[in-house]
Design a protein around this ligand. Structure first.
Ligand SMILES: [Zn+2]
Length: 557
């Protein structure tokens, strides 16, 4: 166990110029080693002990030691973990693209491709192209173009060039015409059902053998909108082992108005046409995509071959399963329209803006996606790991406060009034806070009659009676050992005077009402704080409608 802890401590020290962040280390250990979760206390004591040892040796030696026991955890300059993220066949530099549909803002699933493309462009030098794939007018949300750019900026991803496919229609038309002229594509007017039946038996439809001239004429009529329900098909192999590859469609007619181009176009390319054409014209060297696209890659190869273009390097990574949030853009949109969700940043959604609102830092998302990398094996996304990384980032600036949810009154008899001055942060100088104890406090816990408890940072008390929502207790003693002997519990509290009305909205969108201690009123919107024994929250709003009310979003424990 010491060995495991040592590598995390060393890494933390190297990341923070010689100062270990014990809580961050704990988070990482628990996320990566679930079997240690039952021994949290023991582990934490070891972390503290080992941290002291590590901090006493020079950084150079720390690095050597880490290289020895866990070379994959050695940190390079710029805080990037060294890992085996390598692209094959890189010449001088790379040109890569991130190609979302502008149907909504980016969500966690998108961030993988965005981050990895950005990472490789930064690693090898080259160009990051944002390509907005908006050739399905039904799946375009006008606001999304801008939201996607904002989201990338938030992730600290620099876009070198932006391409909008709906502005490139003439280019696609021209390439389609060339394919028809070469005899590699044809206009098909068959009923879709009928075509499918033939295709599944490996039989060509009657359109396949039409002359180039006839096809060009029909193509013109498609563009003029005087031919209903026609598609252009690519001639592949009508007996290909995968029926979906057999003469797949590359253009279709669509009369839905396009939010950007209106009714200017009625013939739209399908992605297995526009993607390879653009990948070629933009000089894309490496394409990162999920394994679920392998069949699309196979289809797109036909286009490259017919035009005699050089095929980019394709990397198909495993599927990333993200559970516990909503990622379907259409479901999100529907929910927003029906007012089930408050907006694209509703905490139940997996959008980047929802995560941002909860206090998840872009660096945490970036790092979690780099850790997933481009392995071909499917992976389940670990929220715990994201939270552990985020905790490491936010902990050092998060002020501590007491917060009691569903508050009950507790009256303590026989206790001397006392004012506590507590640090805003256990190991950094972020100021102090004042908690005046005058015998009456709010608590959240359910107490038992005759039970012994300790008001955090104060004294031990014995509960005498409970009347409705009010608990009466008597001062018992100062010594913590007495409490421990009686197996009593430490409870946190806030003085009844000057409490701050606080609402915490959790990841399910539920509201938790309670009181925070008085100094909490000085936080700013956007601050991330830790409610002790409760978790990290981001201050989202301060409403001053008579009495102050602070709205927070829950980040994680
Ligand atoms: Zn046909």
């Amino acid at each position: 166990m010491k060995e495991i802890i040592l590598k995390y401590v060393l890494q933390s020290s190297l990341l923070n110029s010689g100062k270990v962040n014990p809580k961050g280390v704990m988070g990482r250990i628990m996320a990566d080693n679930p079997h240690l979760r039952g021994k949290a206390k023991e582990v934490y004591n070891l972390v503290l002990e080992i941290s002291k040892e590590v901090e006493s040796i020079p950084l150079e030696e720390q690095k050597k030691k880490l290289e020895e026991i866990a070379p994959d955890m050695v940190v390079e300059e710029g805080k990037e973990k060294k890992r085996e993220l390598i692209l094959k066949n890189v010449k001088d530099s790379v040109v890569m693209r991130f190609a979302p549909n502008p149907s909504g803002p980016l969500h966690l699933g998108h961030s993988r491709a965005a981050v990895l493309n950005d990472y490789f462009v930064k690693k090898y030098g080259g160009k990051f192209i944002l390509r907005l794939e908006d050739t399905d007018p039904k799946r375009v949300l006008p606001e999304a173009y801008e939201m996607i750019e904002e989201d990338l900026e938030w992730l600290n991803i620099k876009v070198d060039e932006k391409i909008i496919q709906s502005e490139r229609m003439e280019i696609y038309y021209e390439h389609c015409e060339r394919l028809i002229e070469m005899g590699h594509a044809y206009v098909c007017r068959c009923d879709p059902e009928e075509f499918r039946n033939l295709k599944n038996q490996g039989i060509p439809c009657r359109c396949r053998n039409r002359s180039v001239e006839e096809n060009l004429e029909l193509w013109e009529r498609m563009l003029d909108n005087s031919l209903e329900g026609a598609v252009v098909r690519l001639k592949t192999d009508i007996q290909h082992k995968n029926p979906s590859v057999r003469d797949f469609p590359i253009f279709r007619m669509e009369d839905t108005l396009h939010p950007r181009t209106g009714d200017k176009y009625v013939v739209y390319p399908l992605m297995n046409f526009s993607v390879p054409v653009d990948d070629h014209l933009l000089g894309i060297t490496h394409v990162l995509r999920g394994k679920d696209h392998i069949i699309n890659t196979e289809k797109q190869r036909y286009i490259f071959e017919y035009f005699k273009w050089e095929i980019p390097e394709y990397i198909h990574y495993g599927i990333l399963k993200i559970e516990g949030t909503v990622l379907s853009t259409s479901k999100m949109y529907e929910g927003i329209i029906k007012r089930e969700y408050s907006g694209w940043d509703d905490p139940r959604l997996g959008t980047l803006r929802a995560l941002r609102r909860r206090g998840i830092k872009p660096e945490a998302i970036y790092r979690s996606m780099l850790e997933i990398g481009i392995k071909p094996a499917d992976v389940k996304y670990s929220w715990e790991n994201l939270y552990a990384i985020n905790r490491e980032i936010i902990d050092k600036d998060a002020k501590r406060f007491f917060f009691v949810e569903n508050p009950k009154r507790l009256k303590v008899l026989g206790a001397e009034p006392k004012t506590l001055y507590l640090r805003m942060h256990p190991d950094r100088d972020l100021g102090t806070r004042e908690l005046p104890f005058e015998g009456e406090v709010y608590i959240s816990d359910d107490l038992e009659i005759n039970g012994m408890y300790r008001l955090m940072e104060l004294y031990n008390i014995i509960v005498e009676k409970i009347e409705g929502d009010v608990v009466y207790a008597r001062y018992h003693s100062e010594d913590f050992k007495i409490l421990r002997k009686k197996k009593g519990k430490v409870i946190h509290w806030v003085p009844v005077k000057d409490v701050v009305n606080t609402v915490v909205i959790d990841t399910e969108g539920r509201e938790h009402h309670g009181f925070a201690e008085k100094d909490f009123r000085n936080v700013n919107v956007g601050d991330i704080v830790q409610f002790e024994r409760y978790g990290f929250v981001r201050v989202d709003n301060k409403i001053r409608d008579g009495e102050l009310k602070v709205i927070c979003y829950f980040a994680h424990k």
